[in-house]
Design a protein around this ligand. Structure first.
Ligand code: SF4
Ligand code: SF4
Length: 393
C-alpha cells in the first residue's frame, strides 16, 4: 500500500502522457539492455562490470595498487569503468589495455564488496577478451611465450631426483624451482625425517596460474592437461603444494575447466600442521619473535589462517600479529603476476607491507614462495624453513 502511494505520481504522469511518447519510452526501455551490452558474447562478466562501474567504490581504500600509485584511475571501480568501454569497443588505446593488468588479484576489494565481487577475478575475463581480439600488450605476450617455451616461470635452478611414484606427491611450483630452492630443500628434509614415501614429477610444469590470470585460456588448458596426467601417473593419494596459488588453482580452477584431480590437495601449512599433530615429527626449539604475514591466496581464497599459526606456536615461535592480518591481510605485491607485468608497482606494494610488518617484529614468517621473494631484503622465512629449524632429532 505504502509503495503504491509512493509511486502514485508515476501512474498519474503516465496517464497524462500522449500515446506516441509512451510507445517511444516503452521501446527504449525494452531495447535498453541491448544498447548497454556489447554486441558480441564476452568472456568478461558484463553484469558485474556494470554494477562495479556504478558503485561508490568504497573498497578502493583497501586496494594496494591504488595505495601504491595514488592514481584514481587504478581504483577497483575506475578499472571496471575502463573495462566497460573496452568491452563496448569505445576505447582501445594501448594505455587502456595495459591498465587491465594493474591489479595483484589480492581480493581485498571482495572483503568490502556488497556483491562479493573481486575486481581481480572480473579482470581475468576482460583479459581473455583482449587475447581473443589479438590486442594483448607485448610484455604480457612475452610472459606467455616464455612459459610455453620453458614450462615454468624463470630459469630452473632446483631439481629433486626422487621417486616418481608415491603416496605423497610434492608439487614445488615455479618459484621454488627457480628462486626459492631453500623452501624445496626444507620440505624434502622434512619428508625424510617424517619417514614419508614421497614422489616428485620428472617434468613439473607450472600449474598454469599465470596463463589463467592473464587470459590465455587455451594455453592454460594445455598446462592443466599435462599436470593432471602426471599427477595420475604418480599414483599419489595426497599432493602437497608449497605455493598457495598452485593449491588454489588445482583445487578450485581446474575443476571449472573439467580437469579433476583425485588426490587430496594440501598446502604445505596444512601438511606441516598435520604431521606435528600426529607426532610424525617433534618440534619446539625455536625461540624467536616473528610476525606472520598471511598470503592473500592462502587466507582469502583458501581460508587457511589457523594452521600456519598453530605450526609456529608448536615450533616455539613467539608469534606477533600484524594489524592487517588473516582475511584482512595486505598483499605483498607479487600476486596476480604483478611483479612481472608491473614490477615498479609490485615493489612499492611490498615496501608498504614491509613497513607495517616491521612495526611488529624484525623477523617475518610467511607461507608462500612469492611473498618470501617480495620481502627478500628483510629477515624472512617460509613456514617449512622454521619447522626445519625447530625440529628435534
Ligand atoms: S568491487 Fe564491489 S565495492 Fe568495489 S567498486 Fe566494485 S562493486 Fe563496488
Ligand atoms: S583485487 Fe586487489 S589489487 Fe585488484 S582491484 Fe581488487 S583490491 Fe585492487
Amino acid at each position: 500500500m505504502e509503495k503504491t502511494k509512493k509511486y502514485a505520481w508515476v501512474m498519474d504522469a503516465l496517464s497524462k502522457t500522449p500515446l506516441p511518447v509512451k510507445l517511444r519510452a516503452m521501446k527504449k526501455f525494452l531495447a535498453g539492455e541491448k544498447e548497454y551490452l556489447p554486441e558480441k558474447k564476452t568472456n568478461a562478466d558484463m553484469d558485474a562490470i556494470i554494477k562495479c562501474s556504478l558503485c561508490p567504490n568504497m573498497c578502493k581504500f583497501d586496494c594496494p595498487v591504488l595505495e601504491a600509485e595514488k592514481n584514481e584511475a587504478l581504483s577497483p571501480s575506475a578499472k571496471m569503468r575502463i573495462a566497460y568501454f573496452i568491452e563496448k569497443g569505445l576505447i582501445g588505446s594501448e594505455d587502456s589495455f595495459e591498465l587491465m593488468y594493474k591489479c595483484c588479484s589480492c581480493d581485498a576489494c571482495r572483503q568490502w564488496c556488497p556483491f562479493e565481487f573481486s575486481v581481480g577475478d572480473i579482470l581475468k575475463g576482460v583479459r581473455a577478451d583482449i587475447v581473443e581480439e589479438n590486442k594483448t600488450p607485448e610484455k604480457i605476450l612475452e610472459i606467455k611465450e616464455k612459459l610455453e617455451k620453458n614450462h615454468i616461470m624463470d630459469e630452473k635452478s632446483f631439481e629433486v631426483r626422487g621417486s616418481r611414484k608415491g603416496e605423497i606427491l610434492y608439487f614445488m611450483g615455479c618459484v621454488v624451482q627457480s628462486k626459492r630452492k631453500e623452501i624445496g630443500e626444507a620440505m624434502i628434509k622434512i619428508f625424510d625425517m617424517a619417514g614419508e614415501e614421497y614422489a616428485v614429477m620428472e617434468e613439473e610444469w607450472c600449474c598454469g596460474a599465470p596463463l589463467y590470470n592473464l587470459g590465455f585460456i587455451n594455453e592454460f588448458k594445455e598446462f592443466a592437461k599435462h599436470n593432471v596426467e602426471k599427477i595420475k601417473e604418480s599414483e599419489c593419494k595426497v599432493m602437497i603444494c608449497s605455493c598457495p596459488t598452485c593449491a588454489y588453482i588445482f583445487k578450485q580452477i581446474y575443476p571449472q575447466f573439467g580437469f579433476k584431480i583425485k588426490a587430496k590437495i594440501m598446502h604445505s601449512s596444512e601438511y606441516l600442521f598435520d604431521i606435528i599433530q600426529n607426532k610424525k615429527i617433534e618440534v619446539g626449539s625455536v625461540e624467536k619473535e616473528c610476525v606472520y604475514h598471511d598470503p592473500c591466496t592462502l587466507a582469502r581464497k583458501l581460508g587457511i589462517e589457523k594452521e600456519p599459526r598453530e605450526v609456529l606456536r608448536n615450533v616455539g615461535i613467539i608469534l606477533k600479529e600484524a594489524y592487517f592480518n588473516k582475511k584482512d591481510t595486505k598483499c605483498c605485491g607479487h600476486g596476480g603476476q604483478l611483479s612481472r607485468t608491473n614490477p615498479d608497482i609490485a615493489e612499492k606494494i611490498a615496501e608498504n607491507r614491509i613497513k607495517e610488518l616491521a612495526e611488529v617484529a624484525k623477523c617475518i614468517v610467511t607461507a608462500c614462495p612469492s611473498c618470501k621473494t617480495a620481502f627478500e631484503n628483510w629477515e624472512v622465512y617460509d613456514l617449512s624453513e622454521v619447522v626445519l629449524m625447530g625440529m628435534i632429532e
